[in-house]
Write a new protein. Sequence first.
Length: 108
Amino acid sequence: MRSFADRKGVTIIDHLRSLPLVQGPGESYELFRDSMAALLRSLKPGITEIIIHPSRIDEELKAIHSHWEKRGMEFEVFRDPAIRQVIASKVIRPIRWSELRNLMRKGA
């Protein structure tokens, strides 16, 4: 299917990665941040989608989601200077889905 997509000019992701989406026993923000840093350091060349569900912690989130603390960690982690340093040092270029769409429209 990948070669068919390439022939049609459809840009698809090369790698799909995630960390556990629920907070583990005793998992602190620092442990989560360190796990994300390790994941980022392990990325291979190509387009990688990292699945996260970032959310600002507020009363509504607490009322509707049992893993609200993890969602807050995911919201903060890519704003963290330590993670920004990993991204810079590994020359990772964060992109938006709109950039992939624009590549397809150009036929790249």
